[in-house]
Design a protein around this ligand. Structure first.
Ligand code: SF4
Length: 261
């Protein structure tokens, strides 16, 4: 099937690429993805050392410094997002651009929202070879910690960019597979990646057959403007999670219980 591309002279961030089948009225609006590269990464050494509990392993300091010398120049956090709009809504589904998502809590969270930002943020795939090239468990832990910090840098930069570029103050996120599985199942990773486009080509993040992301320190989801901050962690009962961003809220869980699919 042949396709032609119609291009309009409007600002890139709002520009849909429209693919039309010649001789038909069928068209699909494909909004471009916006990619944030060159995200600065500054290692806060005290925080890094405390995450590694280096005070308990003083003999490891020299090895860690050597590892940092190899790893730091490679770190390239990245993020991408789209500016997307809500279409049809039901209690259990919500259409974003051309893609239909199934989640009662997502539908409820996007009830008052028209514009959302599907996204992926990642530590970058540049440390993967270094990590898979060592069997030393402590070195792997160090690299994983660095990747975690790089992911935080990518996510912070993305939020900062969206606030400045689109005039939103508070943003919340829902992430497929995060927290209680009933909130938004991990199977919804596939339509999210389909909506975003060539994520692997743009920032090197791919989905495995079990829908996990590689690199492992990547996060995908939909950011939406909100008056009251929402975190999946508020509905997640997992104890001792080092990535918890908000305490569990029994009150919110009770209020949303009718929205669990
Ligand atoms: S508490 Fe941990 S596992 Fe649960 S949603 Fe938050 S980050 Fe995910």
């Amino acid at each position: 099937m042949l396709w032609s591309r119609q291009y309009q002279a409007i600002p890139r961030a709002f520009l849909p690429f429209t693919l039309t089948r010649p001789g038909t009225n069928n068209s699909i609006a494909l909004k471009p993805m916006n990619v944030l590269r060159d995200i600065p990464f500054q290692l806060a050494e005290a925080d890094f050392q405390s995450r590694l509990h280096l005070d308990r392993f003083p003999d490891s300091r020299a090895g860690v410094q050597e590892l940092l010398q190899a790893a730091l120049p490679l770190i390239r956090p990245k993020a991408l997002f789209k500016v997307s709009f809500i279409g049809r809504r039901t209690d259990s589904t919500v259409q974003i651009d051309e893609t239909l998502f199934a989640s009662r809590v997502l539908s409820r969270n996007l009830k008052e929202v028209e514009r959302v930002f599907p996204y992926v943020a990642t530590c970058g795939d540049e440390l993967e070879a270094l990590e898979s090239g060592t069997t030393d468990l402590f070195a792997r832990f160090c690299l994983d910690t660095l990747k975690e910090l790089a992911l935080l840098a990518a996510r912070d930069r993305l939020l900062e960019h969206l606030r400045a570029a689109y005039g939103v103050r508070e943003l919340s996120s829902m992430n497929p597979g995060s927290g209680d599985a009933r909130l938004w199942p991990i199977s919804q990773q596939r339509p999210l990646f389909d909506l975003l486009g060539d994520v692997e080509g743009a920032i090197g993040v791919r989905l495995t057959a079990s829908l996990l992301m590689v690199p492992n320190k990547s996060v995908s989801g939909i950011l939406f403007p909100t008056e009251v901050r929402f975190e999946s962690c508020q509905l997640c009962t997992r104890q001792g999670c080092p990535r918890r961003r908000a305490p569990y809220s029994g009150e919110l869980a009770e209020a949303l219980s009718s929205f669990h699919g």
